[in-house]
Structures are given as structure tokens and as C-alpha cells.
Ligand binder design. Sequence first.
Ligand SMILES: [Zn+2]
Length: 235
Amino acid sequence: MIKDELSNLFKLQEIEDRCELLKQTLKSHPDLKRLCKLKKDVSETQEQLQDKNKRIHFLENELRQAEQIIDKYYTTAKQAEERIYGGEVTTVKELKILEQKRNSAQLKVEEYEEKALEIMEELDYLQANLPKNEEMANKKKKEYNEKRLKTRREIDRIKNELTMIIKQKQQLETGISSELLDKYHRIRRFKRDPVALVSDGKCNGCMMDVSVMIALEVERHESLIYCENCGRILV
Ligand SMILES: [Zn+2]
């Protein structure tokens, strides 16, 4: 009877170790960390892309406005020019005013043409790089989705195993007296593996030699035998 109980207890210990390992794996799964990093990367890339699109939109607007201003000043300059050479101007004063108007309008045209050029250069650069940026963002998103699916599968697998072995554990516990279970849990508070095998005359828990008498008693399985050195239950 005690032999079966001890054998169940040893199995229980193995299951509890596996249980802890699985729980630990769930908590700090490397794939989860990688997934988290990848998610951050994806959202950063998306944000950058959005910023670029916003900038493109803004620049297109600016360009449109600059072109309107150029048109306006160009018309002003042209009208002034037509009047200057139209033969209608009679006084020097009027001529000077018109010339001034034409000149300042021409300056404005030049100023805004320069601005428009700068805008176009930046727009060209952004628009040329946009497909590459979009491709990169999509690639990262795809990679993230694939990884997420794979990780979820892996996590599900661990959870399933955990559910299964918790059931096994409960089943095993029914084959062990509550007294023995109590002892096991009491030792487990201080030692990771409260049950140790005796092999080659050594306690597998502390690796110290056990006395011949103890080794014989363990083999007889008539009562609970503890390691004289580490206090583990010997099986
Ligand atoms: Zn020991």
C-alpha cells in the first residue's frame, strides 16, 4: 500500500515540476516577448507611414496655395506690364507706380516659385519612397500576424497540456493519503523535490550516501523513510 502511495507521490512530484515549468513558460514565453516587440515595431512603422502621408497631404496643399499665389502675382505683373506698354500712361508718376507694382509682383512670383520648387522636391522624395515604406509596413504587419498565430497555437498547446496534467494530478492525489500529501507539501515548502529516489546507494535529492540500513528499509516499503541528510522522503 505504502509502495503504491509512494510511487504515486513520486509521479505527483514529476507532474508538479512539469506544471511549474509550464506555468513559468506561459508567464515568460520568449515568443510572447518577441511578439510584443514586433507589435511595437508594427505600430511605429504605421505611425511613421501616417506621418509621411500627412506630410504629403500638407505639402500638396501648400503647393496648390503657392501656385495660386504665383498665378495671382503673375497676373498682377502682366496687367501692370500691359498698362506700361499700352500707351495709356501719361504721367511719370503713374509710370513709376506701375513699374513698382510690376517689380514687386515679379519678386513675389520668384519668391513663391522658389518655395514651390522646394515643396516639389520634398514631395518627390516622399512620394518616391512611399511605396517602399508601405511595402515595409505591410511586410512587418504580415510577419506580426503570422507570428501571433503561431504563438497563440503554441500558448494553446501549453495550456492544453497544463489542463491535462492538472487532471492527472488530481487523479493521482486520490491515490495518496492526506497524511502523506501533507508531509509532501510541508517539505516542498523548503525543498523543490521532496521525494528522492535512492540509486547506487545515494539519495538523488542531496547526492549523499544513505546508510545500508536505510537503503534496505526503503526497499522494503513498510514505512516512510527520510534521507538522514536532507530530510527528503526516499523511494
Ligand atoms: Zn538526501
